[in-house]
Write a protein that binds this ligand. Structure first.
Ligand code: 13P
Length: 339
């Protein structure tokens, strides 16, 4: 695949009014989500839940792509149709999480490194032959006493760039996800400082690794106050700080920025995206690649009950629609009540 084809996929993922559903929770993460609604994490329950999401009528108006997990890309709908086909038939692009999670960074207490580079080149062609056209790799940076260290940021940026180069070689658009966590009591200013350093180093590494930025997407955190910080930045401040940071660090060759929700409530994630898209035209599309912010209301409506599937689909469509509106800066709180 040449750069033009990769760019076409990347641009389709950030098409106007649309964004990405992150449904790539690893086995331990989906177990945690299911525990919250008292549903056992069996393979069939995981399949049934993803089936519910991916067969929601009308979702393709607001959802451009779905990130799958290794188990999920091998599963299918109740009638046996592979999930990748279920999505493709709706014009939705399937993607795949290819990192193997985070581990403690040896020698750097409290910091993490994402694993999964070993053997990655060998794993990618199979995902592509199953229909994946883009991939995701998440690096995690924690803010705390004396952290992050420069070494941790560099090690993670290097891994992200190695991953991105391998994806492009295999004909997959890499979503580059360096997540600065919102856990902890840090201020919004500290989040901005760390996010600036992280993004600067990530783009230096991507360039050094000769990654074609036109065929990539960035999935960053928003610049927000730490969850435990006594002073919480409001919506306009978050929007301004986030856009300022991105304008300083992300080259205009990147087609789009697809935010993670990272523990924000569904409503906050929508409000923040809406406020950013109200600030005027930017060099890249500003969109979403939400996991929890799209799925929390769905899980609550579903609770593992077959009879609740229609209500859960409605909750998913509604949240997707609100984020679709936020892509144009046209969301309003009154729309929350419309269900
Ligand atoms: P959240 O939106 O729940 O942060 O998930 C997005 C994601 O894919 C994290 O890797």
């Amino acid at each position: 695949m040449n750069t033009g084809e990769l760019e076409a996929v990347a641009r389709s993922l950030v098409a106007p009014g649309k964004g990405i559903l992150a449904a790539d929770e690893s086995a331990p993460t989906i177990e945690k989500r299911f525990k919250g609604i008292e549903v056992p994490s069996t393979e069939e329950n995981r399949r049934a839940y993803r089936d519910l999401l991916f067969t929601t009528p009308g979702m393709s108006e607001f959802i451009s792509g779905v990130i799958l997990y290794d188990e999920t890309i091998r599963q299918g709908s109740a009638d046996g149709t592979p999930f990748t086909k279920v999505l493709e038939r709706q014009g939705i692009v399937p993607g795949i999480k290819v990192d193997e999670g985070t581990k403690a960074l040896t020698g750097f207490p409290g910091e993490k490194i994402t694993e999964g580079l070993d053997g990655l080149r060998g794993r990618l062609p199979e995902y592509r032959s199953r229909g994946a056209r883009f991939a995701k790799w998440r690096a995690v940076i924690d803010i705390g006493d004396g952290i992050p260290t420069r070494y941790c940021i560099e090690a993670n940026a290097h891994a992200l760039a190695r991953y991105a180069a391998l994806c492009q070689e295999a004909g997959l658009v890499p979503i580059v996800e360096p997540e600065v966590l919102m856990d902890g009591g840090h201020t919004v200013e500290r989040c901005e400082e760390v996010t600036t350093e992280v993004l600067s180093l990530v783009y230096a590494q991507l360039t050094a690794h000769r990654v074609a930025l036109e065929g990539t997407l960035l999935k960053p955190n928003m610049v927000v106050s730490g969850k435990l910080c006594p002073v919480q930045a409001g919506v306009p401040q978050v929007a301004e700080a986030t856009v300022r940071t991105l304008r300083r660090c992300v080259p205009p060759a990147v087609p789009g920025i697809v935010f993670l929700s990272g523990g924000q409530t569904p409503r906050q994630a929508t409000e923040h995206l809406n406020a950013m898209n109200s600030l005027g035209k930017q060099p890249w599309e500003l969109s979403f690649s939400y996991g929890r912010a799209l799925q929390d209301p769905v899980l609550k409506a579903w609770k593992g009950k077959a009879a609740s599937v229609p209500a859960a689909k409605e909750a998913f469509l509604h949240r997707s629609k609100l984020n679709g509106a936020a892509r144009y800066g046209k969301y309003s709180p009154a729309m929350e009540e419309a269900v």
